[in-house]
Ligand binder design. Structure first.
Ligand SMILES: Nc1ncnc2c1ncn2[C@@H]1O[C@H](COP(=O)(O)OP(=O)(O)OP(=O)(O)O)[C@@H](O)[C@H]1O
Ligand SMILES: [Mg+2]
Length: 502
Protein backbone atom coordinates (compact mmCIF):
# COMPACT_ATOMS: atom_id res chain seq x y z
CA UNK A 1 0.00 0.00 0.00
CA UNK A 2 1.61 3.29 -0.97
CA UNK A 3 1.03 6.54 0.89
CA UNK A 4 -0.87 8.02 -2.02
CA UNK A 5 -3.33 5.13 -1.78
CA UNK A 6 -4.14 5.60 1.91
CA UNK A 7 -7.78 6.44 2.49
CA UNK A 8 -8.03 9.84 4.10
CA UNK A 9 -10.48 9.06 6.90
CA UNK A 10 -9.83 7.02 10.04
CA UNK A 11 -12.82 4.83 9.23
CA UNK A 12 -11.41 4.16 5.78
CA UNK A 13 -8.03 3.23 7.29
CA UNK A 14 -9.65 0.90 9.80
CA UNK A 15 -11.58 -0.83 7.04
CA UNK A 16 -8.43 -1.19 5.03
CA UNK A 17 -6.50 -2.71 7.93
CA UNK A 18 -9.32 -5.07 8.74
CA UNK A 19 -9.51 -6.19 5.13
CA UNK A 20 -5.80 -6.78 5.02
CA UNK A 21 -5.85 -8.73 8.28
CA UNK A 22 -8.64 -10.95 6.99
CA UNK A 23 -6.87 -11.58 3.68
CA UNK A 24 -3.58 -12.33 5.44
CA UNK A 25 -5.29 -14.67 7.87
CA UNK A 26 -6.91 -16.48 4.99
CA UNK A 27 -3.60 -17.42 3.34
CA UNK A 28 -3.75 -21.20 3.32
CA UNK A 29 -0.74 -23.33 4.33
CA UNK A 30 -0.19 -24.98 0.95
CA UNK A 31 2.79 -26.90 -0.34
CA UNK A 32 3.88 -28.05 -3.76
CA UNK A 33 6.53 -30.56 -4.76
CA UNK A 34 7.52 -30.86 -8.39
CA UNK A 35 10.13 -33.58 -7.85
CA UNK A 36 8.84 -35.65 -4.93
CA UNK A 37 11.95 -34.71 -2.89
CA UNK A 38 11.77 -31.01 -2.08
CA UNK A 39 8.74 -28.82 -1.51
CA UNK A 40 7.92 -25.12 -1.46
CA UNK A 41 5.13 -23.67 0.63
CA UNK A 42 3.24 -20.60 1.66
CA UNK A 43 1.58 -20.00 5.01
CA UNK A 44 -0.17 -17.27 6.92
CA UNK A 45 1.92 -15.19 9.32
CA UNK A 46 -1.03 -15.28 11.74
CA UNK A 47 -0.46 -18.20 14.10
CA UNK A 48 2.59 -19.30 12.12
CA UNK A 49 3.54 -22.64 13.63
CA UNK A 50 6.39 -23.83 11.44
CA UNK A 51 10.10 -23.15 11.99
CA UNK A 52 13.31 -23.97 10.16
CA UNK A 53 14.28 -27.48 11.18
CA UNK A 54 10.70 -28.27 12.22
CA UNK A 55 8.59 -31.13 10.94
CA UNK A 56 5.36 -30.82 8.94
CA UNK A 57 2.83 -33.14 7.39
CA UNK A 58 1.77 -32.45 3.81
CA UNK A 59 -1.64 -33.78 2.87
CA UNK A 60 -2.31 -33.74 -0.88
CA UNK A 61 -6.03 -33.95 -1.81
CA UNK A 62 -6.71 -37.62 -2.49
CA UNK A 63 -3.03 -38.52 -2.02
CA UNK A 64 -0.99 -39.97 0.83
CA UNK A 65 0.18 -37.71 3.64
CA UNK A 66 3.93 -37.27 3.74
CA UNK A 67 6.34 -36.00 6.41
CA UNK A 68 8.58 -33.07 5.55
CA UNK A 69 11.14 -30.87 7.22
CA UNK A 70 11.19 -27.11 6.86
CA UNK A 71 14.64 -25.87 5.87
CA UNK A 72 14.03 -22.24 5.14
CA UNK A 73 11.38 -19.70 6.06
CA UNK A 74 11.09 -16.04 5.08
CA UNK A 75 8.70 -13.15 5.05
CA UNK A 76 7.20 -12.32 1.65
CA UNK A 77 5.03 -9.49 0.53
CA UNK A 78 2.82 -9.48 -2.50
CA UNK A 79 0.66 -6.85 -4.16
CA UNK A 80 -2.94 -7.99 -4.10
CA UNK A 81 -5.54 -6.83 -6.57
CA UNK A 82 -6.84 -3.30 -6.17
CA UNK A 83 -9.82 -3.33 -3.87
CA UNK A 84 -12.52 -0.90 -3.05
CA UNK A 85 -12.55 0.61 0.44
CA UNK A 86 -15.33 2.72 1.77
CA UNK A 87 -14.95 5.14 4.66
CA UNK A 88 -18.61 4.71 5.50
CA UNK A 89 -19.90 7.55 3.45
CA UNK A 90 -19.73 7.73 -0.29
CA UNK A 91 -17.55 10.81 -0.19
CA UNK A 92 -14.60 8.83 1.18
CA UNK A 93 -15.12 5.70 -0.92
CA UNK A 94 -11.95 5.08 -2.84
CA UNK A 95 -9.72 2.39 -4.23
CA UNK A 96 -6.53 1.21 -2.56
CA UNK A 97 -3.85 -1.32 -3.44
CA UNK A 98 -3.09 -3.79 -0.65
CA UNK A 99 0.23 -5.45 0.02
CA UNK A 100 -0.35 -8.86 1.53
CA UNK A 101 2.38 -10.29 3.77
CA UNK A 102 2.78 -14.00 4.31
CA UNK A 103 5.42 -16.66 4.89
CA UNK A 104 7.20 -18.51 2.11
CA UNK A 105 9.51 -21.43 2.64
CA UNK A 106 11.16 -24.56 1.37
CA UNK A 107 11.72 -27.96 2.80
CA UNK A 108 12.64 -31.51 2.07
CA UNK A 109 10.43 -34.61 2.07
CA UNK A 110 11.74 -37.04 4.66
CA UNK A 111 10.42 -40.02 2.75
CA UNK A 112 10.57 -38.98 -0.90
CA UNK A 113 7.66 -40.10 -3.02
CA UNK A 114 5.02 -38.69 -5.34
CA UNK A 115 4.84 -35.11 -6.52
CA UNK A 116 1.91 -32.95 -5.42
CA UNK A 117 0.44 -29.51 -5.77
CA UNK A 118 -1.31 -27.40 -3.16
CA UNK A 119 -1.18 -30.04 -0.44
CA UNK A 120 -2.44 -28.78 2.92
CA UNK A 121 0.43 -28.39 5.36
CA UNK A 122 0.31 -28.71 9.16
CA UNK A 123 2.88 -29.21 11.93
CA UNK A 124 3.63 -32.88 12.53
CA UNK A 125 2.64 -34.30 15.91
CA UNK A 126 5.32 -35.69 18.23
CA UNK A 127 3.98 -39.19 17.56
CA UNK A 128 4.31 -38.76 13.80
CA UNK A 129 7.93 -37.61 14.15
CA UNK A 130 8.70 -40.39 16.64
CA UNK A 131 7.28 -43.00 14.23
CA UNK A 132 9.56 -41.66 11.48
CA UNK A 133 12.61 -41.77 13.79
CA UNK A 134 11.75 -45.38 14.68
CA UNK A 135 11.39 -46.39 11.03
CA UNK A 136 14.93 -45.11 10.32
CA UNK A 137 18.23 -46.98 10.49
CA UNK A 138 19.91 -44.60 12.93
CA UNK A 139 20.32 -46.19 16.36
CA UNK A 140 22.62 -44.08 18.54
CA UNK A 141 20.40 -42.02 20.80
CA UNK A 142 22.27 -38.83 21.67
CA UNK A 143 19.50 -36.62 23.01
CA UNK A 144 16.15 -35.28 21.91
CA UNK A 145 14.98 -33.31 18.92
CA UNK A 146 15.12 -29.68 20.00
CA UNK A 147 11.86 -28.78 18.23
CA UNK A 148 9.99 -31.92 19.29
CA UNK A 149 10.85 -32.38 22.98
CA UNK A 150 10.52 -35.95 24.14
CA UNK A 151 11.29 -37.42 20.72
CA UNK A 152 14.75 -39.00 20.63
CA UNK A 153 17.41 -37.82 18.23
CA UNK A 154 19.21 -40.81 16.82
CA UNK A 155 22.34 -40.68 14.78
CA UNK A 156 23.67 -43.29 12.42
CA UNK A 157 26.93 -44.80 13.70
CA UNK A 158 27.81 -45.77 10.14
CA UNK A 159 28.24 -42.07 9.45
CA UNK A 160 31.45 -42.13 11.47
CA UNK A 161 33.16 -43.63 8.42
CA UNK A 162 33.35 -40.03 7.27
CA UNK A 163 35.28 -37.23 8.95
CA UNK A 164 33.26 -35.15 11.41
CA UNK A 165 33.62 -31.48 12.32
CA UNK A 166 32.32 -30.32 15.70
CA UNK A 167 32.26 -26.59 16.13
CA UNK A 168 30.91 -24.09 18.63
CA UNK A 169 32.04 -21.16 20.70
CA UNK A 170 33.67 -21.65 24.07
CA UNK A 171 31.11 -22.90 26.59
CA UNK A 172 28.59 -24.05 23.97
CA UNK A 173 28.93 -27.63 25.21
CA UNK A 174 31.29 -29.21 22.65
CA UNK A 175 33.32 -31.30 25.07
CA UNK A 176 30.26 -32.41 27.03
CA UNK A 177 28.41 -33.38 23.85
CA UNK A 178 31.49 -35.05 22.42
CA UNK A 179 31.47 -37.13 25.60
CA UNK A 180 27.84 -38.09 24.94
CA UNK A 181 28.70 -39.13 21.37
CA UNK A 182 31.71 -41.16 22.51
CA UNK A 183 29.79 -42.87 25.30
CA UNK A 184 27.12 -43.97 22.84
CA UNK A 185 29.75 -45.12 20.33
CA UNK A 186 31.57 -47.13 22.99
CA UNK A 187 28.35 -48.74 24.21
CA UNK A 188 26.64 -49.42 20.90
CA UNK A 189 29.47 -50.13 18.43
CA UNK A 190 32.89 -51.78 18.29
CA UNK A 191 34.69 -48.86 16.64
CA UNK A 192 38.11 -48.18 18.21
CA UNK A 193 38.65 -44.66 19.47
CA UNK A 194 41.83 -42.66 20.08
CA UNK A 195 41.29 -39.32 21.82
CA UNK A 196 43.76 -36.43 21.83
CA UNK A 197 42.66 -34.55 24.92
CA UNK A 198 44.45 -31.21 25.38
CA UNK A 199 42.22 -30.10 28.27
CA UNK A 200 42.25 -33.31 30.33
CA UNK A 201 38.49 -33.60 29.82
CA UNK A 202 38.23 -37.33 29.10
CA UNK A 203 40.35 -38.83 31.84
CA UNK A 204 37.24 -40.14 33.55
CA UNK A 205 35.47 -41.46 30.46
CA UNK A 206 35.37 -44.91 32.04
CA UNK A 207 33.97 -43.69 35.39
CA UNK A 208 30.19 -43.74 35.85
CA UNK A 209 28.52 -40.69 37.46
CA UNK A 210 26.84 -41.04 40.81
CA UNK A 211 23.11 -41.46 40.51
CA UNK A 212 23.24 -43.33 37.19
CA UNK A 213 20.60 -46.04 36.92
CA UNK A 214 22.16 -49.40 37.87
CA UNK A 215 21.40 -51.19 34.59
CA UNK A 216 22.81 -48.30 32.53
CA UNK A 217 25.87 -48.12 34.77
CA UNK A 218 26.58 -51.86 34.47
CA UNK A 219 26.24 -51.79 30.71
CA UNK A 220 28.49 -48.77 30.47
CA UNK A 221 31.17 -50.26 32.71
CA UNK A 222 31.22 -53.41 30.62
CA UNK A 223 31.51 -51.40 27.40
CA UNK A 224 34.31 -49.20 28.71
CA UNK A 225 36.47 -51.77 30.41
CA UNK A 226 38.85 -51.32 27.46
CA UNK A 227 39.28 -47.56 27.96
CA UNK A 228 42.94 -46.72 28.71
CA UNK A 229 43.87 -43.26 29.88
CA UNK A 230 47.49 -42.16 29.48
CA UNK A 231 48.40 -39.21 31.67
CA UNK A 232 51.66 -37.59 32.75
CA UNK A 233 50.18 -37.56 36.26
CA UNK A 234 49.81 -41.35 36.36
CA UNK A 235 52.48 -43.83 37.33
CA UNK A 236 53.43 -47.19 35.78
CA UNK A 237 51.39 -48.62 32.92
CA UNK A 238 49.20 -45.54 32.53
CA UNK A 239 51.98 -42.98 32.45
CA UNK A 240 51.93 -40.98 29.21
CA UNK A 241 55.33 -41.84 27.81
CA UNK A 242 57.24 -42.00 24.55
CA UNK A 243 60.54 -43.50 23.42
CA UNK A 244 62.83 -41.34 21.38
CA UNK A 245 63.79 -44.25 19.13
CA UNK A 246 60.19 -45.02 18.15
CA UNK A 247 59.51 -41.50 16.88
CA UNK A 248 59.50 -41.02 13.14
CA UNK A 249 62.58 -39.11 11.88
CA UNK A 250 60.45 -36.03 11.09
CA UNK A 251 59.29 -35.87 14.73
CA UNK A 252 62.85 -36.25 16.02
CA UNK A 253 64.06 -33.49 13.69
CA UNK A 254 61.16 -31.23 14.72
CA UNK A 255 61.90 -31.92 18.38
CA UNK A 256 65.47 -30.70 17.83
CA UNK A 257 64.23 -27.72 15.75
CA UNK A 258 66.44 -29.07 12.94
CA UNK A 259 65.79 -27.63 9.53
CA UNK A 260 67.16 -29.55 6.52
CA UNK A 261 68.14 -26.29 4.78
CA UNK A 262 69.09 -23.90 7.58
CA UNK A 263 71.00 -26.58 9.53
CA UNK A 264 72.41 -28.55 6.60
CA UNK A 265 75.44 -30.15 8.30
CA UNK A 266 73.77 -31.06 11.56
CA UNK A 267 70.77 -32.39 9.67
CA UNK A 268 72.98 -34.59 7.47
CA UNK A 269 74.71 -35.95 10.59
CA UNK A 270 71.33 -36.55 12.21
CA UNK A 271 70.08 -38.52 9.19
CA UNK A 272 73.27 -40.56 9.06
CA UNK A 273 73.07 -41.40 12.76
CA UNK A 274 69.41 -42.35 12.52
CA UNK A 275 70.31 -44.68 9.65
CA UNK A 276 72.78 -46.39 11.97
CA UNK A 277 70.21 -46.65 14.74
CA UNK A 278 71.89 -44.03 16.99
CA UNK A 279 69.23 -42.00 18.77
CA UNK A 280 69.82 -38.23 19.06
CA UNK A 281 70.51 -38.42 22.78
CA UNK A 282 73.44 -36.55 24.39
CA UNK A 283 75.27 -39.67 25.51
CA UNK A 284 75.21 -41.46 22.16
CA UNK A 285 76.00 -38.25 20.26
CA UNK A 286 79.02 -37.54 22.44
CA UNK A 287 80.28 -41.05 21.78
CA UNK A 288 80.27 -40.45 18.02
CA UNK A 289 82.92 -37.78 18.39
CA UNK A 290 82.39 -35.98 15.06
CA UNK A 291 82.02 -32.15 15.21
CA UNK A 292 78.47 -32.15 13.85
CA UNK A 293 77.47 -34.87 16.28
CA UNK A 294 78.91 -32.72 19.09
CA UNK A 295 76.92 -29.76 17.79
CA UNK A 296 73.82 -31.93 17.79
CA UNK A 297 74.54 -32.95 21.37
CA UNK A 298 74.87 -29.29 22.31
CA UNK A 299 71.53 -28.57 20.65
CA UNK A 300 69.89 -31.36 22.69
CA UNK A 301 71.41 -29.91 25.88
CA UNK A 302 70.33 -26.36 25.06
CA UNK A 303 66.77 -27.36 24.22
CA UNK A 304 66.56 -29.48 27.36
CA UNK A 305 64.73 -32.21 25.45
CA UNK A 306 66.27 -34.98 27.55
CA UNK A 307 64.85 -33.46 30.71
CA UNK A 308 61.27 -33.84 29.51
CA UNK A 309 59.23 -36.08 31.78
CA UNK A 310 57.55 -37.69 28.77
CA UNK A 311 60.40 -40.10 28.04
CA UNK A 312 59.69 -43.69 28.97
CA UNK A 313 63.25 -44.23 30.34
CA UNK A 314 63.27 -47.60 32.13
CA UNK A 315 59.46 -48.08 31.99
CA UNK A 316 58.42 -50.62 29.35
CA UNK A 317 56.02 -49.81 26.50
CA UNK A 318 54.77 -46.44 25.37
CA UNK A 319 51.59 -44.62 24.44
CA UNK A 320 52.35 -45.30 20.76
CA UNK A 321 52.30 -49.03 21.44
CA UNK A 322 48.90 -48.62 23.09
CA UNK A 323 47.60 -46.54 20.18
CA UNK A 324 48.54 -49.35 17.81
CA UNK A 325 47.21 -52.15 20.01
CA UNK A 326 43.81 -53.35 18.73
CA UNK A 327 43.03 -54.77 22.17
CA UNK A 328 42.80 -51.25 23.56
CA UNK A 329 39.26 -50.28 22.64
CA UNK A 330 39.75 -46.64 23.52
CA UNK A 331 42.97 -44.77 24.22
CA UNK A 332 42.74 -41.34 25.86
CA UNK A 333 45.95 -39.34 25.44
CA UNK A 334 45.77 -36.72 28.17
CA UNK A 335 47.86 -34.03 26.48
CA UNK A 336 46.73 -31.52 29.10
CA UNK A 337 48.62 -33.42 31.80
CA UNK A 338 51.96 -32.72 30.10
CA UNK A 339 53.76 -29.77 31.70
CA UNK A 340 55.31 -28.15 28.63
CA UNK A 341 53.92 -27.01 25.30
CA UNK A 342 56.79 -28.88 23.56
CA UNK A 343 55.79 -32.18 25.14
CA UNK A 344 52.12 -31.65 24.28
CA UNK A 345 52.99 -30.89 20.68
CA UNK A 346 55.38 -33.85 20.55
CA UNK A 347 52.77 -36.29 21.89
CA UNK A 348 50.09 -34.95 19.51
CA UNK A 349 52.37 -35.20 16.48
CA UNK A 350 53.69 -38.62 17.54
CA UNK A 351 50.23 -40.15 17.99
CA UNK A 352 48.91 -38.79 14.68
CA UNK A 353 52.14 -39.92 12.98
CA UNK A 354 51.82 -43.41 14.47
CA UNK A 355 48.20 -43.76 13.34
CA UNK A 356 49.21 -42.71 9.84
CA UNK A 357 52.25 -45.04 9.84
CA UNK A 358 49.98 -47.97 10.70
CA UNK A 359 47.41 -47.08 8.05
CA UNK A 360 48.12 -50.21 5.98
CA UNK A 361 46.78 -52.32 8.85
CA UNK A 362 43.38 -50.96 7.75
CA UNK A 363 41.88 -51.20 11.21
CA UNK A 364 39.03 -48.69 11.58
CA UNK A 365 39.69 -46.11 14.26
CA UNK A 366 37.99 -42.85 15.17
CA UNK A 367 40.64 -40.22 15.87
CA UNK A 368 39.13 -37.60 18.13
CA UNK A 369 40.94 -34.26 18.38
CA UNK A 370 39.33 -32.00 20.98
CA UNK A 371 40.53 -28.37 20.99
CA UNK A 372 41.92 -29.04 17.51
CA UNK A 373 42.99 -25.39 17.25
CA UNK A 374 45.68 -26.29 19.80
CA UNK A 375 46.67 -29.70 18.45
CA UNK A 376 46.68 -29.01 14.70
CA UNK A 377 46.13 -25.27 14.20
CA UNK A 378 45.88 -23.63 10.80
CA UNK A 379 48.92 -21.56 11.73
CA UNK A 380 51.28 -23.72 13.80
CA UNK A 381 53.75 -21.83 15.98
CA UNK A 382 56.55 -24.43 16.13
CA UNK A 383 57.93 -27.35 14.09
CA UNK A 384 56.30 -30.09 16.20
CA UNK A 385 52.86 -28.52 15.97
CA UNK A 386 53.45 -28.02 12.24
CA UNK A 387 54.13 -31.75 11.99
CA UNK A 388 50.88 -32.53 13.85
CA UNK A 389 49.00 -30.22 11.45
CA UNK A 390 50.66 -31.95 8.48
CA UNK A 391 49.53 -35.35 9.75
CA UNK A 392 45.99 -34.11 10.39
CA UNK A 393 45.78 -32.75 6.83
CA UNK A 394 47.10 -36.02 5.39
CA UNK A 395 44.68 -38.12 7.43
CA UNK A 396 41.80 -35.81 6.45
CA UNK A 397 42.70 -36.15 2.77
CA UNK A 398 43.64 -39.82 2.54
CA UNK A 399 42.89 -41.53 5.84
CA UNK A 400 39.34 -42.53 5.15
CA UNK A 401 40.20 -45.32 2.73
CA UNK A 402 42.50 -46.81 5.39
CA UNK A 403 39.82 -46.64 8.09
CA UNK A 404 41.25 -43.53 9.77
CA UNK A 405 38.26 -41.33 10.60
CA UNK A 406 38.64 -37.91 12.17
CA UNK A 407 36.39 -36.18 14.66
CA UNK A 408 37.75 -32.68 14.99
CA UNK A 409 36.38 -30.27 17.58
CA UNK A 410 37.14 -26.56 17.71
CA UNK A 411 35.74 -23.16 18.67
CA UNK A 412 36.22 -21.42 15.35
CA UNK A 413 36.38 -23.19 11.99
CA UNK A 414 39.03 -20.79 10.68
CA UNK A 415 41.48 -21.87 13.39
CA UNK A 416 41.83 -25.36 11.88
CA UNK A 417 43.40 -25.93 8.42
CA UNK A 418 40.82 -25.50 5.69
CA UNK A 419 42.09 -28.76 4.14
CA UNK A 420 40.88 -30.54 7.26
CA UNK A 421 37.54 -28.74 7.60
CA UNK A 422 36.63 -29.14 3.94
CA UNK A 423 37.18 -32.93 4.11
CA UNK A 424 34.54 -33.33 6.80
CA UNK A 425 31.26 -34.77 5.56
CA UNK A 426 29.56 -34.57 8.94
CA UNK A 427 28.86 -31.39 10.85
CA UNK A 428 27.90 -31.02 14.50
CA UNK A 429 27.38 -27.29 14.91
CA UNK A 430 26.80 -25.78 18.33
CA UNK A 431 26.23 -22.15 19.32
CA UNK A 432 28.24 -19.67 17.25
CA UNK A 433 27.85 -16.00 18.07
CA UNK A 434 30.14 -14.60 15.44
CA UNK A 435 28.42 -13.91 12.13
CA UNK A 436 31.75 -14.36 10.37
CA UNK A 437 32.07 -17.90 11.77
CA UNK A 438 28.51 -18.78 10.77
CA UNK A 439 29.12 -17.41 7.26
CA UNK A 440 32.35 -19.41 7.02
CA UNK A 441 30.55 -22.58 8.15
CA UNK A 442 27.80 -21.91 5.60
CA UNK A 443 30.36 -21.65 2.84
CA UNK A 444 32.43 -24.72 3.77
CA UNK A 445 29.48 -26.95 4.62
CA UNK A 446 27.46 -26.31 1.52
CA UNK A 447 25.76 -29.69 2.00
CA UNK A 448 23.99 -28.29 5.07
CA UNK A 449 20.95 -26.05 4.48
CA UNK A 450 21.99 -22.44 5.12
CA UNK A 451 18.67 -21.75 6.86
CA UNK A 452 19.62 -24.26 9.57
CA UNK A 453 23.19 -23.01 10.03
CA UNK A 454 21.66 -19.56 10.49
CA UNK A 455 19.96 -20.88 13.66
CA UNK A 456 23.33 -21.45 15.40
CA UNK A 457 23.42 -18.11 17.29
CA UNK A 458 20.13 -19.05 18.97
CA UNK A 459 21.26 -22.45 20.27
CA UNK A 460 21.30 -22.90 24.04
CA UNK A 461 23.78 -24.96 26.05
CA UNK A 462 23.96 -28.43 24.53
CA UNK A 463 21.92 -27.39 21.49
CA UNK A 464 23.31 -28.42 18.10
CA UNK A 465 22.65 -29.00 14.45
CA UNK A 466 23.74 -32.47 13.31
CA UNK A 467 24.06 -32.93 9.57
CA UNK A 468 25.75 -35.21 7.06
CA UNK A 469 25.88 -38.99 6.89
CA UNK A 470 25.51 -39.10 10.67
CA UNK A 471 21.91 -37.96 10.49
CA UNK A 472 19.20 -39.16 8.08
CA UNK A 473 18.08 -35.52 7.88
CA UNK A 474 19.75 -32.46 9.39
CA UNK A 475 18.51 -32.42 12.97
CA UNK A 476 18.31 -29.71 15.59
CA UNK A 477 19.16 -31.58 18.74
CA UNK A 478 19.51 -31.06 22.46
CA UNK A 479 22.24 -33.40 23.65
CA UNK A 480 21.32 -35.78 26.45
CA UNK A 481 23.13 -36.28 29.73
CA UNK A 482 26.47 -37.95 30.22
CA UNK A 483 26.83 -41.34 31.86
CA UNK A 484 30.50 -40.82 32.62
CA UNK A 485 32.12 -38.16 34.75
CA UNK A 486 33.43 -35.01 33.14
CA UNK A 487 37.10 -34.17 33.52
CA UNK A 488 38.22 -30.56 33.92
CA UNK A 489 34.78 -28.95 33.89
CA UNK A 490 34.32 -25.16 33.94
CA UNK A 491 35.20 -23.21 37.07
CA UNK A 492 31.94 -22.80 39.10
CA UNK A 493 30.46 -19.29 38.97
CA UNK A 494 29.23 -19.34 42.60
CA UNK A 495 31.34 -16.16 43.20
CA UNK A 496 28.59 -14.18 41.45
CA UNK A 497 26.06 -14.90 44.18
CA UNK A 498 28.26 -15.00 47.24
CA UNK A 499 28.26 -11.25 48.00
CA UNK A 500 31.22 -9.00 48.82
CA UNK A 501 34.08 -10.25 50.94
CA UNK A 502 33.48 -9.13 54.53
N1 LIG B 1 24.01 -30.89 27.70
C1 LIG B 1 24.52 -30.38 28.83
N2 LIG B 1 23.89 -30.57 30.00
C2 LIG B 1 24.40 -30.07 31.14
N3 LIG B 1 25.53 -29.36 31.22
C3 LIG B 1 26.22 -29.15 30.09
C4 LIG B 1 25.74 -29.64 28.84
N4 LIG B 1 26.61 -29.27 27.89
C5 LIG B 1 27.57 -28.59 28.53
N5 LIG B 1 27.34 -28.51 29.83
C6 LIG B 1 28.19 -27.80 30.83
O1 LIG B 1 28.51 -26.52 30.31
C7 LIG B 1 29.87 -26.20 30.54
C8 LIG B 1 30.57 -25.90 29.19
O2 LIG B 1 30.52 -27.05 28.40
P1 LIG B 1 31.80 -27.59 27.60
O3 LIG B 1 32.99 -27.62 28.47
O4 LIG B 1 31.39 -28.86 26.96
O5 LIG B 1 31.96 -26.42 26.53
P2 LIG B 1 32.98 -26.31 25.31
O6 LIG B 1 32.20 -25.92 24.13
O7 LIG B 1 33.78 -27.56 25.20
O8 LIG B 1 33.90 -25.09 25.75
P3 LIG B 1 35.46 -24.84 25.41
O9 LIG B 1 35.53 -24.51 23.95
O10 LIG B 1 35.80 -23.67 26.28
O11 LIG B 1 36.21 -26.08 25.75
C9 LIG B 1 30.49 -27.37 31.26
O12 LIG B 1 30.52 -27.06 32.65
C10 LIG B 1 29.54 -28.52 31.02
O13 LIG B 1 29.46 -29.38 32.12
MG1 LIG C 1 35.83 -28.00 25.41
Amino acid sequence: MTLADVPSTQAGLDRLRETRRRVEEAVLPLATSIDGRQFAFQASLHGLDVRPGGYVVLEPAGGQAVLGQVLDLRLASQDAAEIGVSGGDDATAMRARLSIRHALGEGTLLEPGATFHDAMMRPATADEVRAWVERGRARLEVGELALVPGVPCRIDARGFDRHTFLCGQSGSGKTYSLGVLLERLLTETSLRVVILDPNSDFGRLGAVRDGTEAAVADRYRAATSGVRVFSARAAGEQRLRLRLGELEPAAQAALLHLDPIDDREEYAEFVQLLGRGVPPAVESLDEVGRPDARRLAQRVRNLGTERHGIWAREDPGSVLEAVGDPDHRCVVVDLGSLPTRDEQALAGAAVLGELWRRREERRPVLIVIDEAHNVCPAEPADPLTALATEHAIRIAAEGRKFGLYLLVSTQRPQKVPENVVSQCDNLVLMRLNSRADAAFAEEVFSFVPAGLIAQAPAFGLGGALVAGKLSPAPALVRFGTRVSEEGGSDVPSSWAASGPIA
